[in-house]
Design a protein around this ligand. Structure first.
Ligand SMILES: *Cc1c(COP(=O)(O)O)cnc(C)c1O
Length: 412
C-alpha cells in the first residue's frame, strides 16, 4: 500500500496496464472516476466513427450491410465481449439496451421453466431491473409472481415454484459484489435459472459465467466497456439453453431468414434469435472499436489494480477526511466490492458538485451517496491520491456550501 504520492507515481510506472491510458482521450488534468456510469472515450472510437460515417455510410451506402458486414456486428461484438465474462463466443450477442434485454431474458426464463411462475430478485436492485419485472408482471398477470426479498431471506424465497433468480452482480449504489457461483448454485438447487445483470462488472473484474454455471446474463456497453453514451448492451444465454430459448420480441432480425420476408415467424438458429430490429450500426461500431482497449488485457490484472485503487481511495479518505462526516457505504474488503467506492454524506450532492468543479468527476445517487468508480484501464494511483487531496480541500474550505453547488440537474 503506497504511503506517499511518490509511492503512487512509482506504482503507476510499474503498472502492467499503464500503456492503456494513452488509448483514451481524457481532458488534461481531469481525474475521471465515473467510468462506472459513462466510460471515457477510446481514441479508436473516434477513428472508427470517422471511417464508418465518411466511407461506409457516406460512400459505400447500403452495400455496407454486406461489404463491411454491418449485418454481422451484433454477433461479432458479442463474441468480443464473451472472453471478458467467461462465455464462449456464440453465447453472447450485442443488442438493444440492458433494460430491453432483461425483459427478453426474464420472459424467456419463464418458458424455459414451464410450470413455475416465480421470479426472485432483491429490493434496492437497479430500478431498471425491478421496473422491467413489474412490467412483465402487468403483462402476464397470474402467470408470474414476483418475490422481491433481501439476500438474507433467499433461502425462504427459493423453492420449487421459482423459475428465475435475477440479481445484479455488483450493486450500483453500494458496489457490493454478490458471490455468483454460490448464488447460482442455490438457484439450481431448487431447479431455478440464474440471470445476472453484469452492468457494473463487465470490463472491471473477472466474471466467469460458465465457470459459475450461470444460465442467463445481461450487461451494459457504456460503462466499463466504454462504448459511448447509450451504447448497445449485450445478453448471454448459455449454450445448453439456446435451443429452447424464445425471445418475446419476435422481430425480423431474429428470424431464420429475414430476407425471405415470410409472413410466419421462425426463430434463427443460435442467439441471433435474441435480436429484434435493425442493429444501430454507428453505435455498434463505436462499441466494437472501444473493445480494442481490452485486447491482450489479463482480467486478473484488471481486477488486482481495481481493488488496489479502491483500497487506496478508502484509506486516504480515512486519513484525510476523518472529521468531514463521511460514512463508508460500500463493503470495506476489496474482495467484496466491485470497482467502485461509495461514501454517504447528508450533503453528498453539493459535495460532489464542488468536487467536480475541482476537476474530480464522480457521481451522486439519491438520497446521500457519493460514488467513485475506478476504471483500471485509465485511472492511475497518483490520480486517486490527488482525488482524495481535492476532496479534503473541498471539505476543509467548505467550498460545497456555495449556492451554485446546491442546484440539482436533471441527470445526476
Ligand atoms: C446501468 C445499468 C442498467 C442500464 O440499463 P439501460 O437499459 O442501459 O438504461 C441496467 N441495470 C443495471 C444494474 C445498471 O447498472
Amino acid at each position: 500500500m503506497p504511503q506517499t504520492r511518490a509511492d503512487c507515481i512509482a506504482l503507476d510506472a510499474a503498472d502492467p496496464l499503464a500503456d492503456r491510458r494513452a488509448l483514451f482521450d481524457l481532458p488534461d488534468g481531469l481525474i475521471y472516476l465515473d467510468g462506472n456510469s459513462l466510460g471515457a472515450l477510446p481514441r479508436t472510437v473516434r477513428r472508427r466513427m470517422t471511417e464508418v460515417v465518411d466511407q461506409q455510410w457516406g460512400r459505400d451506402l447500403i452495400g455496407s450491410w454486406n461489404t463491411h458486414d454491418w449485418i454481422g456486428l451484433p454477433q461479432r461484438v458479442g463474441a468480443r465481449i464473451a472472453p471478458l465474462i467467461g462465455a464462449s463466443p456464440t453465447e453472447v450477442i450485442a443488442a438493444d439496451s440492458t433494460s430491453a434485454n432483461l425483459f427478453k431474458l426474464a420472459a424467456a426464463a419463464l418458458d424455459l421453466r414451464p410450470g413455475r411462475r416465480v421470479i426472485v430478485s432483491e429490493p434496492g436492485n437497479f430500478p431498471a431491473d425491478l421496473y422491467i419485472l413489474q412490467g412483465l408482471k402487468d403483462l402476464l398477470g397470474d402467470r408470474v409472481e414476483l418475490r422481491i426479498v433481501e439476500p438474507s431471506a433467499l433461502d425462504d424465497a427459493l423453492d420449487d415454484s421459482v423459475a428465475l433468480l435475477l440479481l445484479t452482480h455488483v450493486h450500483y449504489k453500494s458496489g457490493a459484489l454478490h458471490d455468483m457461483a454460490a448464488l447460482t448454485a442455490r438457484a439450481h438447487a431448487v431447479g431455478a435459472l440464474a440471470l445476472w445483470d453484469l452492468s457494473h462488472s463487465t470490463g472491471a473484474l473477472e466474471v466467469d459465467l460458465n465457470g459459475c454455471g450461470a444460465d442467463l446474463a445481461v450487461g451494459c456497453g457504456y460503462k466499463y466497456l466504454n462504448g459511448g453514451p447509450g451504447a448497445p448492451a449485450f445478453l448471454f444465454v448459455a449454450e445448453r439453453h439456446q435451443a429452447g430459448f424464445r425471445s418475446p420480441l419476435t422481430g425480423w432480425m431474429g428470424h431464420a431468414k429475414p430476407f425471405a420476408f415470410d409472413d410466419g415467424y421462425e426463430p434463427a438458429p443460435g442467439l441471433t434469435r435474441a435480436l429484434c430490429g435493425t442493429p444501430p450500426v454507428l453505435a455498434m461500431s463505436a462499441l466494437d472499436a472501444a473493445l480494442d482497449a481490452f485486447d491482450g488485457v489479463a482480467l486478473g490484472e484488471l481486477r488486482a489494480k481495481s481493488m488496489a485503487l479502491g483500497q487506496l481511495f478508502l484509506r486516504r479518505v480515512t486519513e484525510r477526511c476523518a472529521e468531514a462526516g463521511f460514512q463508508r457505504a460500500c463493503p470495506e474488503a476489496a474482495a467484496e466490492r466491485g470497482s467502485q467506492v461509495s461514501l454517504r454524506h447528508p450533503e453528498g450532492y453539493a459535495i460532489m458538485e464542488a468536487l467536480i468543479a475541482r476537476g474530480v468527476v464522480g457521481d451522486f445517487r439519491a438520497p446521500n451517496i457519493l460514488r467513485f468508480g475506478f476504471a483500471p484501464l485509465y485511472v492511475g494511483y497518483a490520480e486517486v491520491w490527488d482525488a482524495v487531496e481535492r476532496l479534503a480541500e473541498v471539505m476543509a474550505s467548505g467550498l460545497w456550501r456555495e449556492a451554485r453547488f446546491q442546484r440539482v440537474s436533471a441527470v445526476t
